[in-house]
Structures are given as C-alpha cells and as structure tokens.
Design a protein around this ligand. Structure first.
Ligand SMILES: O=C(O)CCC(=O)C(=O)O
Ligand SMILES: [Fe+2]
Length: 364
C-alpha cells in the first residue's frame, strides 16, 4: 500500500478522490507523514509555544437566578476579548455528549467505501458531505483531518439523508444547541443597546451546520496541522471536543508584534466550547471578536470534535448595526450578502483572519 504514496498525485487520489481520507493513510501502516502533509515551518505548531486558557467555564444555569448579571458580564467580557469561552449546565446532557463522540468514532471507523458514498458529487443529498482537509484542490499542504458535514434544513431531510451512525444524536444536538445560541446572541446584541426584530435574528441564525471532525493519530504531529489557522465565519460556533486537547486560540494583539500568543482551550468534561464568528464581529462593528484558531494533531490517539456552526441565511445582508456605528463614529465593515462571504471563504485556503478582509473597510 505504501507504494501508492510514492507520487503526490496517487496520494491525492487515494485520500481525496477515492475517499480513503487521512484515516486510510494511517490504516495502511505508514510510519511517517507523506510530504504533502508537511506544513511550512511558520505554520507548524510548537506545543511549547503556548499556555493553557485557565478561565473557568461559565455556568449558564445561573442566567436564571440571582447571579444573572454577573453571568452576562462574563459572556460579554469573554466575547470582547478572546472570543472563546466554555460553558457548563448548558442543557445538553453528558449522555448526549458522549453519544456524539461515540457516533463520530463509529462513522469514521466504517470501511472507506461506506463513507465514500457521501463524497461531494455522489452524495445522495447536498445536505451531507464527507471529505478531508479544508480545500484540498487548492492547498499546498493538506490538513490532517477527515470530516462529515451535515446541513440542517428540517428533521425529515436529516433523518432521510444523514448517515445512520450519527443522524439521531446530531439532530438532537442541533436542537439543544440552538437554544444556547439564541440565548447568547440575545445577550450579546442586547449589550449593544439594540433590540433586533425576531425576523432579523432568524436571518442571522437561520442556517445550522453540524460537522464531525476526525483527526487520526499522526506519526509526526510537529510537522502537520489538524486544522490550519482560521476564524469561523458564522454568528456563533458551539463545539464539543473530546479529552485529547489540541485546540489553540490566538490572543489578538493591538500592534503588529512578531510574537504571537496562543492559548490552548483545555478539554473540560461536560463543557461545550463557544466561539464568536465573523458575522457577529461585523454586526458588532468589531466589539465582539471572531478569534483565529487552529488544531494540533497528536501521535497517541485519534481525536474527534463536533462543532455546530450557526450562520446567517445565504441571502441575508450583514453589516454593522447602525446604532453601534453611530456610537463608534465610523463603520469598520461594509455590508455583505452572506452567500458572497461564504463563497470567498470556501474559495480560498485557510489564512488566519483573512476572511474578514472581504468585509473590512480600510482606514485611510
Ligand atoms: O476540532 C476543533 O477543536 C476545532 C475545529 C474547528 O475549528 C472547525 O471545525 O472550524
Ligand atoms: Fe473553527
């Protein structure tokens, strides 16, 4: 099997086109990562260059009690600074979280031919896609990750087309996380001193996509990345990670300092990770931070994560809220139609926070 990987093209076909994924490379018994997966040095992740984010998780059940205001402050403050925080007592049971991780392992442990039926171009529905890396046809170095992506339109479609191994738990997770997202967005928008109409909130949060990411154990973690540096483009992401770790967030710097600071978001049993996406950064005129993040691989175990991206409807127009622009004295972003924004993001390789340049108004 290893001889298959002697040419870059045959490796590409094996992993991407035939749907064997990175898992297929590892299962073939390869002892070193193929050249195509080696990142340029400035994109490699040195574990020793980062520290752990030590803020305790935010207890969402306290929103219903006497500590409501303090919890709101914690949510707002985290969204204005790092753009990442963790939550507990969020309404998704530990059993469901465990079932989601199990379902991800079950799906990716299927024989390649059972996963390949969901490859782009042959998948029975545009709402489900199995793939690998981020934009393999454009990337010089591939990311060490396989994924399945499921777009939620309605229950019937999800139950008909999503893979049997994960559809029920993924659907339940979409439902429960929608409530978390709505509560958080109402708090964050309310803090801006704005009352949005229901239809506007529905437009902003109208599209939900649940992914299952699978990062096989990697023989040379220091040379590869699981996911390259990027920010999420939607409003808010809810992410379940397992106990292995490896998710890093960049601390935003005011100047162009060469020294980047990265914090690891530590796995906390029962917690969910929340992060702000580009749409909320634009809407808030930059008050809320869509943080740059990336994922390291490990050589011991396969890691899974299950993000739910809540995004604006494709036809939705997103721009800084006029009330905020008035207060700030300037608009930092122009109006964008969200499908154009998505097209730009998915048409390029991961590039840090470059996605936001599509909407940014540059100061003269
Ligand atoms: O696996 C993770 O922890 C994060 C994945 C991620 O950033 C993404 O899918 O956008
Ligand atoms: Fe992400």
């Amino acid at each position: 099997m290893s001889s298959t990987f002697n040419s870059s093209n045959s490796l590409y076909d094996f992993v991407v086109k035939d749907g064997n994924g990175v898992k297929g490379i590892v299962d073939s018994g390869l002892k070193e990562v193929p050249e195509r997966y080696i990142q340029p040095p400035h994109l490699q992740i040195n574990k020793l260059d980062s520290s752990t984010h030590i803020l305790p998780p935010i207890d969402l059940s306290k929103l219903n009690g006497p500590e409501h205001d303090q919890v709101v402050d914690q949510i707002v403050s985290a969204s204005e600074t790092l753009g990442f925080f963790q939550v507990v007592n969020h309404g998704v049971s530990i059993e469901l979280l465990e079932s989601l991780k199990d379902a991800a392992h079950t799906f990716f442990n299927l024989p390649p031919e059972n996963k390949a039926i969901y490859l782009s171009g042959v998948s029975p529905s545009p709402t489900v896609r199995y793939g690998t890396s981020f934009a393999p046809e454009k990337e010089k170095s591939l990311e060490w990750k396989d994924y399945i992506s499921m777009i939620y339109n309605n229950d019937e479609q999800a139950l008909q087309y999503w893979p049997d191994q994960c559809k029920e738990v993924a659907l339940e997770y979409v439902k429960l996380s929608s409530k978390i997202v709505r509560d958080l967005v109402e708090i964050l928008i309310g803090e801006l001193g704005v009352k949005l109409e229901e239809s506007k909130i529905d437009g902003l949060l109208g599209r939900r996509v649940v992914n299952m990411n699978y990062y096989p154990a990697c023989p040379n973690p220091e040379l590869t990345v699981g996911v390259g540096r990027h920010s999420d483009i939607g409003a808010i992401t809810v992410l379940l990670q397992d106990g292995i770790g490896g998710l890093y967030v960049k601390v935003e710097q005011d100047n162009d300092s060469e020294n980047e600071e990265w914090l690891e978001i530590p796995p906390i049993h029962g917690a969910l990770v929340i992060n702000i996406g580009d749409a909320l950064q634009i809407l808030s005129n930059g008050k809320y931070k869509s943080a740059e993040h990336r994922v390291r691989t490990t050589n011991t175990q396969s890691r899974v994560s299950v993000p739910i991206f809540t995004l604006p409807q494709p036809t939705e127009r997103i721009e800084p809220l006029p009330e905020v622009v008035k207060k700030d004295g300037l608009a930092r972003y122009r109006e964008i139609v969200f499908q154009d924004y998505m097209k730009n993001f998915f048409g390029n390789v991961h590039g840090g926070k470059k996605s936001l340049d599509f909407a940014r108004i540059n100061a003269a």
